[in-house]
Write a protein that binds this ligand. Structure first.
Ligand code: MN
Ligand code: MN
Length: 479
């Protein structure tokens, strides 16, 4: 089967829409470099579109009816949205799912130290990263510090042009002979991914300094110990009113600094941090906001922790989604344990995540007939997993036939793919978790070049086409 280039199928009007959509997407990426930032951005958008917070509706004992829009946020890092359909929820929903966490470096709980005149923050990488890609690039710090009294200090530094940035050092090429002999996985070790945060000692008062210079007194030496670190601590105290101890209850994510950019002379692509999987999260969100009234309830789940196995209270394995479904069904007046089960098992889902785009520079890693091409449209992976489909969700042929028919009717460009060659490795998504309810689930999404690198590339046409696919799915799927 020949894959069409999606660009060639667009008329003038659509080409304009592609660019407008890409601009909105790039703003979304710039405003959401952490899960929490994504949630804030999403809640802002959906509240403007008439979505109401589930907790408030429960408190008011509000009844939900067809066309009503409701959302629930879990621990500021995951969200589920519902737009109630004409049919009873027990007949099943059409669900879009994607994740909003991305690979990065997390700041450790006891992170600060000084060495050789530098102050550092020690990090623990999150998700699958090629560690050598993270050295010598400008980094920003995003996140929250929760103080003992419960107040939240928001941190976002390194993005504005006049903000300072941070970096991980690397050995100069002139001395790197030994380093370059190492395997790529070992060239930069995880513990070497500490970020440089300062190099200037705390200025001690003149009296103290004189004393130090003349007497070399113990007390003065003590003042000079960790002077660079102490200087940073005093800056942190001044800017954020935090103590070193407060790192214990902080979630600080170190991410590439800078905004999403158009790529190529033809501006056909987007180069940005965090497109896995915010590209699917954004296009799912926009599809939810675009649809009119639907037969089946439309649902969108945007979750945390996919990159580390969908674990924890905010990952897809958490019961927060199922609980939200039960609460919503309670408000539509059809709650029962059995109806919740019926709803979940009768649902259809597009589990959306990025797929690897064919890379001509590494052609031997892919099966050219079964790989996604950048610009080839929305991607479907019947299965994911690795080496013999291990860890995969494998979508039913009947379901795929149903989706094919919808996409043909709505003229959505799509392609089918596997991640790469059979024996080379693979990956998993959230698909298998929802499939546990017995619902139809297929992996779908957008092709990405250099996935999990600090800067990932997508095609503007694919992003737009995927949103079209989601709309077609939400409005038509019923199996
Ligand atoms: Mn992903
Ligand atoms: Mn990933």
């Amino acid at each position: 089967m020949e894959t069409k280039n999606t660009w060639e199928t667009y008329d003038e009007k659509q080409l304009k829409e592609v660019d407008v959509f890409a601009r909105e997407y790039m703003d979304f990426l710039d405003n959401g470099k952490t899960e929490r930032e994504c949630i804030d951005t999403i809640v802002n958008q959906i509240e403007k579109a008439g979505y109401k917070e589930l907790g408030a509706l429960i408190k008011d004992k509000s009844a939900l009816k067809c066309g009503d829009k409701v959302y629930s946020v879990w621990m500021n890092k995951s969200i589920v949205m519902f737009q109630i359909g004409e049919k009873a929820m027990a007949e099943g929903m059409n669900i879009l799912g994607a994740h909003i966490d991305s690979p990065r470096l997390d700041v450790k709980q006891n992170p600060m130290y000084e060495e050789g005149g530098f102050a550092y923050l020690d990090t623990h990488y999150y998700g699958g990263v090629k560690k050598y890609q993270w050295v010598t690039i400008p980094l920003a710090i995003h996140g929250v510090i929760i103080k003992k009294d419960g107040t939240t200090v928001e941190v976002n530094i390194g993005e504005n042009e006049d903000d300072p940035v941070f970096f991980v050092s690397d050995l100069l090429i002139h001395l790197a002979q030994e380093q370059l002999e190492k395997k790529a996985a070992k060239v930069i070790e995880g513990e070497a991914l500490d970020i440089v945060i300062g190099n200037k000692p705390l200025v001690i008062d003149k009296e103290n300094k004189k004393k130090k210079d003349s007497e070399k007194d113990d007390e003065a030496d003590q003042a000079g110990k960790d002077a660079v670190k102490n200087n940073i601590l005093s800056i942190l105290k001044e800017s954020y009113d935090i103590e070193e101890e407060d790192f214990i209850s902080a979630e600080l994510e170190v991410v590439p600094a800078g905004k999403a950019r158009e790529a190529g002379f033809d501006r056909s692509m987007i180069l940005s941090y965090g497109q896995d999987d915010r590209v699917c999260a954004f296009s799912s969100l926009k599809a939810m906001l675009e649809i009119g009234k639907t037969d089946r309830t439309a649902c969108c789940i945007l979750v945390d922790k996919e990159e580390i196995g969908s674990v924890g209270a905010t990952g897809m394995q958490s019961k927060f989604f199922e609980n939200a479904v039960a609460e919503v069904m309670n408000l539509t007046g059809e709650y029962s344990e059995l109806n919740v089960r019926r709803c979940l098992s009768a649902s259809c889902m597009l589990s959306s995540d990025v797929s690897s785009a064919f890379d001509p520079s590494y052609a031997s890693s892919f099966d050219k007939k079964n790989v996604a091409y950048l610009g080839g449209g929305m991607v479907f992976n019947k299965f994911t997993g690795s080496r013999g489909k291990s860890g995969s969700n494998d979508a039913n042929a009947e379901y795929i036939a149903h989706i094919r028919a919808i996409f043909e009717k709505e003229s959505v460009n799509f392609q089918t793919a596997e991640l790469g060659k059979v024996d080379l490795g693979g990956g998993g998504t959230i698909a298998y978790i929802l499939a546990l309810y017995g619902m139809n689930v297929i992996d779908s999404g957008v092709a990405v070049l250099n996935m999990h690198a600090p800067w990932e590339a997508t095609s503007k046409a694919d992003v737009y086409e995927t949103k079209r696919g989601y709309v077609a799915f939400l409005e038509n799927a019923d199996l």
